[in-house]
Design a protein. Structure first.
Length: 156
């Protein structure tokens, strides 16, 4: 991956970058976050987090193959592990007893490949919001199997 120096990164236009990314990588989930001091451009087949009223949902992907027959036992085990992490993360901002997994290790077909996708859903606790859910799971453990950050205030 070519190195982009910090000065050029600061001068980048997030909307132009998002447009260029969408042209070359049309993904079902895309976002641009552009706030003072931070710009994030994202395109992914994976739903990181959505909100509908007081319900939040995440659809982690872990396991990819050309066909369902290519998926390994390891892919299923890793998907279940990631689902457990997401359940824990959403549980930090969810109403007690509301975290559920309506779909575990479903095989989803995409052009040229399949993914193992699970769905984790929860109802936000009173006073909790989407920002709290994002803070509880950023960087996205669901997307990359984020390692615990030893000694961080987030994990003590």
């Amino acid at each position: 991956m070519p190195h982009l120096d910090r000065a050029r990164a600061r001068d980048a236009d997030p909307l132009a970058l998002a447009s260029r990314l969408a042209a070359g990588n049309p993904a079902p989930y895309a976002a641009v976050i552009d706030v003072p001091g931070l710009s994030v451009v994202s395109a992914s087949p994976e739903l990181y987090l959505s909100r509908d009223g007081d319900v939040v949902e995440s659809r982690p992907i872990k396991g990819t193959g050309a066909t369902a027959a290519d998926l390994l036992d390891k892919d299923y085990a890793e998907n279940v592990m990631i689902v457990d992490l997401v359940r824990n993360d959403l549980g930090r901002v969810a109403a007690v007893g509301s975290v559920e997994v309506p779909s575990l290790c479903a095989v989803e077909e995409h052009p040229g490949l399949v993914h193992l996708v699970s769905t984790v859903r929860a109802r936000l606790a009173p006073g909790a919001g989407l920002a709290g859910a994002v803070r509880g799971d950023f960087p996205a453990r669901i997307c990359h199997g984020r390692a615990e950050i030893v000694g961080s205030a987030h994990h003590q």
